[in-house]
Design a protein around this ligand. Structure first.
Ligand code: LFR
Length: 461
């Protein structure tokens, strides 16, 4: 038996999961789950990196206490965010969260300097103000000296891995979310970085590809958590989307799309090469790096974020807000308004309920009143948005999509699955729920030679 540890950080929570691979089976064991919060201090919204690092170590400690055959660790996180590290290896401040408003009008400024269509033809990334390129541009204006002082820019998974191994470097799939890679060459676009006056010295030339070994545990960390220092840190698809998509059980002979459903909904298809046409750009598709050098060609859609905010608000008010209750309530109502889930109104409001009310009022829609109506409104609006996304995707493909795999935590939402199936008119297959951890572990098991390829694992429990 061989055990691999997947450390998976999402925007709302993180987990450390052990995956035991034996005789074609992968058995998952969640060892530690913790919440992840965004913290406002002064002008910015931050992630609490030191606290997250501690939680990861707690998970590793639990793993060390339970398993004696741990071969490696793989780390994946959400995209675009990063930490800066100086020449002495010190973390230069907490990473800023992509929901911080500091990049709001930066794309307009950047595209005053470079041509948006030519930029897409090179990077293939859907323009979103949250992307690293815009964060760096905003930072440059705010504090150029700080960027000059930095030695490494490490995306979140790179940053965790750096403080486990002491080895810097950027993994390919997460780097692709920066909007600064040449999508075809799968390397940094130096002309782009230099042309915008971004700190080119921060990027290592060579990207780490999924499946490569970054290093082994630093002796001090190994001693602290009780693991042997020989445990490897493997670069997996360290962007959570890339790991999740790697776990999709695609069926041969069918044109199949995926919908990775969590805080975000990522709807798309796996391709061998990027699709960098003007039509793809106008339709709002992005070419993110995938495992095996594949491309996750997808649309980034606001996912369960709106519902997560409502749940948090209702819980704080002392209202019942567990998912079973809310879905049962939502199943009872039908006549609800349809909102644009991607509208900036819902990006980071202080009060999500009020944001929905004000959106409905300003668009002449009926205002939801009960919890059931709010939930139904969000889920139905998501399903409508998925239908638009699928139509956009079909228009770019030689053959239309025939079935949709919904993966990730959101695939437990039976009402959303049903509304999606009805809206799309194609079969929906749901699972695995823990797709990200599964994809993360499969890459490690391949890299360690425990399986030859992912199809060697035919059962996941
Ligand atoms: C999903 C995800 C998306 C990315 C968003 C922000 O967790 O990684 O792919 O666009 O988070 O980073």
């Amino acid at each position: 038996m061989s055990t691999f540890l997947a450390v998976d950080f999402g925007a709302g929570s993180g987990r450390v999961i052990a995956g035991v691979v034996n005789d074609g089976q992968l058995v998952l064991d969640e060892l530690h789950r913790f919440s992840n919060r965004q913290i406002r201090i002064g002008r910015h919204l931050y992630w609490d990196f030191p606290a997250l690092f501690e939680e990861m170590k707690e998970g590793l400690r639990r793993a060390a206490a339970k398993y004696t055959d741990i071969l490696s660790i793989g780390i994946d996180t959400w995209g675009v965010d990063f930490g800066l590290v100086d020449a002495a290896g010190n973390l230069m401040g907490n990473p800023v969260c992509y929901r911080d408003a500091f990049t709001e009008h930066v794309p307009e400024e950047v595209f005053g300097r470079i041509d948006v269509a030519a930029h897409y033809a090179e990077t293939g990334i859907q323009v979103m103000p949250i992307n690293t390129m815009f964060q760096l541009y905003a930072l440059k204006k705010e504090n150029k000296a700080w960027l000059q002082e930095a030695r490494h820019l490490l995306f979140m998974p790179d940053l965790f891995a750096y403080y486990l191994t002491g080895v810097p470097g950027n993994e390919y799939t997460i780097a692709s979310t920066s909007e600064m890679l040449d999508a075809e060459r799968r390397e940094w676009s130096r002309p782009l970085v230099e042309g915008l006056g971004l700190p080119a010295h921060l990027f290592e030339d060579k990207l780490l590809m999924p499946g490569s070994v970054r290093g082994t545990l630093c002796p001090d960390v190994a001693a602290e958590v009780g693991l042997p220092a020989s445990v490897k840190i493997i670069s997996v698809g360290s962007h959570d989307t890339a790991s999740a998509v790697y776990a999709v059980p695609f069926r041969k002979g069918k044109v199949s799309a995926f919908l990775s459903s969590g805080t975000w909904s990522l709807l798309g298809i796996v391709m061998d090469e990027p699709l960098l046409t003007e039509n793809a750009r106008v339709a709002g598709f992005t070419n993110e790096g995938g495992v095996g050098g594949n491309i996750c060609f997808l649309q980034n859609i606001t996912g369960l974020w709106i519902l997560q905010c409502l749940v948090r608000q209702w819980t704080a008010k002392g209202l019942q807000a567990d998912y079973d209750f809310l879905i049962a309530e939502a199943e009872k109502v039908t006549d609800v308004p349809c909102i644009d889930v991607d509208a900036p109104d819902f990006r980071h409001p202080d009060d999500m309920e009020a944001a929905i009310v004000s959106y409905c009022r300003s668009h002449g829609l009926t205002v939801p009143v009960t919890q059931g109506e709010y939930v139904r409104c969000v889920l139905q609006s998501l399903a409508v948005r998925y239908r638009e996304g699928l139509a956009g995707l079909n228009a770019l493909l030689p053959r239309p999509v025939e079935c949709l795999h919904i993966i990730g935590g959101g695939c437990r939402n039976r009402l959303l699955n049903r509304l999606t199936e009805e809206a799309l008119g194609i079969p929906v297959i749901s699972g695995p729920v823990e797709a990200t951890a599964v994809g993360n572990i499969l890459v490690q098991a391949e890299a360690c030679g425990v399986i030859e390829n992912k199809n060697d694992v035919h059962a996941i429990n």
